[in-house]
Design a protein around this ligand. Structure first.
Ligand code: CUA
Length: 330
């Protein structure tokens, strides 16, 4: 826990970068410590080997007084050969042992009781987050509680894919874990500071792999409970958006999208029940504003070429109604 207090004291919040050198979660800190050791050992080897080569090049260079006879011929040296066999074996053994220790600490650590469970489902090209114990479904922006020394609140992730291989990677929270079809991988995160953590899909998964971004928002416990309560509520019904609502329910939107408490119960696209609670659309491709929603509904390809959602060929007036409805889904 020492390193954690040091980390917490050093950092003043998650940085808006995806760096492995600023860990803010228990597993990420373990990986960081190990990587420093490996880097240190490799740097020492580089300096020693490189230094000896440079020394040999300079000390044994050809000199004017050298004649053309061959230098002294040496046929092996048992002490030197033993040294360069045993030293690497020792180095590899140390790396093997500390790596195993870190792997066990990260991968085999049993979830404490009451741990938050989230199922992460990779799609081309967005993330679905399901909270089976809380009855919440959302997309692209994962909300979790922050963990404190006396009040640990780790989140365990069950990783699944509905199509191709993806990889869940939020560098400040944990290493990269592949998200593979027909297989369940697991990982856990334990953010130590509240705030926003950025990540992205770490495995090439098609045209829009680069726009399969991840946002993890770590909340203080009370704030997290409030978020859960808001997400559990059915979709808001605003009479002013009735035209857009009936339009939404009369076209193909409902085949792919779910809006809780309505006939829309599709599962191919992101759940839209609380669409406006998210900061971005299209898995981070644009800010979630009315103008961007309008562009997206008119033709998703404008913002994200290759997105699997088709342009619905709506008239300008219909798009306005649709956006008016979508922006009521708070
Ligand atoms: Cu999903 Cu790359």
């Amino acid at each position: 826990m020492l390193i954690l207090s040091a980390l917490r004291a050093a950092a003043d919040g998650p940085s808006p970068v995806t760096s492995i050198f600023d860990p803010l979660s228990l597993p990420a800190a373990e990986i960081y410590t190990l990587s420093l050791l490996v880097l240190g050992i490799c740097a020492a080897i580089f300096v020693i080997v490189g230094g000896l080569i440079v020394y040999a090049i300079i000390a044994f260079r050809r000199r004017p007084e050298d004649d053309d006879s061959e230098p002294a011929q040496i046929y092996g040296s048992n002490p030197i050969e033993l040294a360069w066999t045993i030293v690497p074996v020792l180095i590899v053994s140390v790396l093997f042992l500390v790596t195993t220790r870190t792997l066990l600490a990260i991968q085999k650590a049993p979830p404490p009781p009451g741990t938050l469970q989230v199922t992460v489902i990779g799609h081309q090209w967005w993330w679905e987050f399901r909270y089976p114990d809380l009855g919440v479904i959302t997309a692209n922006e994962l909300h979790v509680p922050v963990s404190r020394a006396g009040d640990r609140r780790p989140t365990y992730l069950r990783l699944e894919s509905v199509d191709v291989a993806h990889s869940f990677w939020v560098p400040q929270l944990n290493g990269k874990t592949d998200v593979i079809p027909n297989r369940v991988n697991t990982m856990w995160i334990e953010p130590l500071l509240s705030g926003l953590y950025l990540g992205n899909c770490g495995e090439y998964c098609g045209t829009q792999h680069a726009h399969m971004l991840l946002r993890v928002i770590a909340h203080e416990p009370a704030e997290f409970d409030a978020w859960v309560a808001a997400q559990r509520a059915p979709a808001a019904v605003d009479p002013a958006a009735a035209a857009g609502r009936s339009l939404f329910q009369s076209v193909a939107c409902i085949n792919c999208h779910r809006v809780g408490g309505t006939v829309a119960d599709g599962v191919f696209g992101p759940d839209l029940t609380h669409l406006m609670s998210r900061d971005t659309i299209g898995a981070g491709v644009a800010a979630n504003t009315a103008a961007n929603l309008r562009a997206w509904v008119a033709d998703p390809d404008q913002l994200k070429a290759g997105a699997l959602m088709p342009a619905m060929q709506l008239s300008d007036q219909e798009i306005d109604q649709m956006v008016a409805y979508l922006t009521t889904l708070r």
